[in-house]
Design a protein around this ligand. Structure first.
Ligand code: COA
Length: 171
C-alpha cells in the first residue's frame, strides 16, 4: 500500500490500476452521487476514470485523489484529495465517502490532512473547494477546513459555491 498521508484514524494512499471495483462500488450508491451527478455504468468505465483522470494526476502534479482507509482494519471508505484543474489553473479539494461512514468526521479529518500536505509538502499557494449549496455536509466540511466563501458561480448550468484557502506561510 503506497501510503501518502496518515491521520489519527485514517490512511490515504495512491490508487492503483487494480482499484476500479472500489471506484465503481462507491459510485453505485445514488445518495453518494446525488450532488456530483457522475454515475459510473460499469467496471470498464471505472477503469477509464482511474487510468485517464486519477492516476495521471499523481505523475503530473504529485497529488491527486487518494484512497481513504480506516484504521486499524484498513477498510476502504472512499477517497479524498487534491486535483489540478488546468482550465482554471486551480487546485481543487474533493472528497467522497461511502454512506456508512458519513457523520463521523472522517471527511474533515482527511480533507484537513490533504490541505496540510498540499501546503507543507507541495508548497501549493491556494486550494479551492466547490459544492452545491444544497450539499450541506460538503459545505460544512469546507468550512471546518478553514476555507472561506469566495463566490457563487454558475458552472455547467448549476449554481455552485466556491470556497478557498490560502497558504499564508508558504510561497
Ligand atoms: C460530503 C461528505 C464527504 C461528508 O463526509 P462526512 O465524513 O460525513 O463529513 P464530516 O463528518 O467530516 O462532517 C460533516 C459535517 O456536515 C454536517 N452535516 C451533515 N449533513 C448535514 C445536513 N444535512 N445539514 C447540515 N449539516 C450537515 C455534519 O453535522 C458535520 O458537521 P459538524 O461536525 O459540525 O457536526 C459525504 O457526505 C459524502 O461523501 N457525500 C457524497 C459525495 C459528495 O457530495 N462529495 C462532495 C462533493 S462537493
Amino acid at each position: 500500500m503506497h501510503v501518502v498521508i496518515e491521520t489519527e484514524r485514517l490512511l490515504l494512499r495512491k490508487f492503483n490500476a487494480k482499484d476500479s471495483p472500489l471506484i465503481y462500488d462507491l459510485n453505485l450508491d445514488p445518495e453518494v452521487i446525488r450532488y456530483t451527478l457522475d454515475p459510473i455504468k460499469d467496471i470498464e468505465q471505472a477503469r477509464q476514470v482511474l487510468e485517464q483522470v486519477i492516476l495521471p494526476q499523481y505523475k503530473l502534479y504529485h497529488h491527486g485523489r487518494w484512497a481513504v482507509h480506516l484504521k486499524p482494519e484498513l477498510e476502504f471508505i472512499g477517497w479524498c484529495g487534491l486535483k489540478y484543474i488546468p482550465q482554471r489553473d486551480e487546485v481543487d479539494l474533493g472528497y467522497r465517502l461511502k454512506k456508512d461512514f458519513w457523520g463521523k468526521g472522517y471527511a474533515t479529518e482527511a480533507a484537513q490532512a490533504c490541505i496540510k500536505y498540499g501546503f507543507e509538502k507541495l508548497n501549493i499557494y491556494r486550494i479551492i473547494g466547490r459544492a452545491d449549496p444544497e450539499n450541506l455536509a460538503s459545505v460544512r466540511v469546507l468550512k471546518k477546513c478553514g476555507m472561506n466563501f469566495l463566490a457563487e458561480e454558475e458552472i455547467e448550468e448549476r449554481l455552485i459555491m466556491t470556497y478557498e484557502i490560502i497558504n499564508l506561510f508558504g510561497c
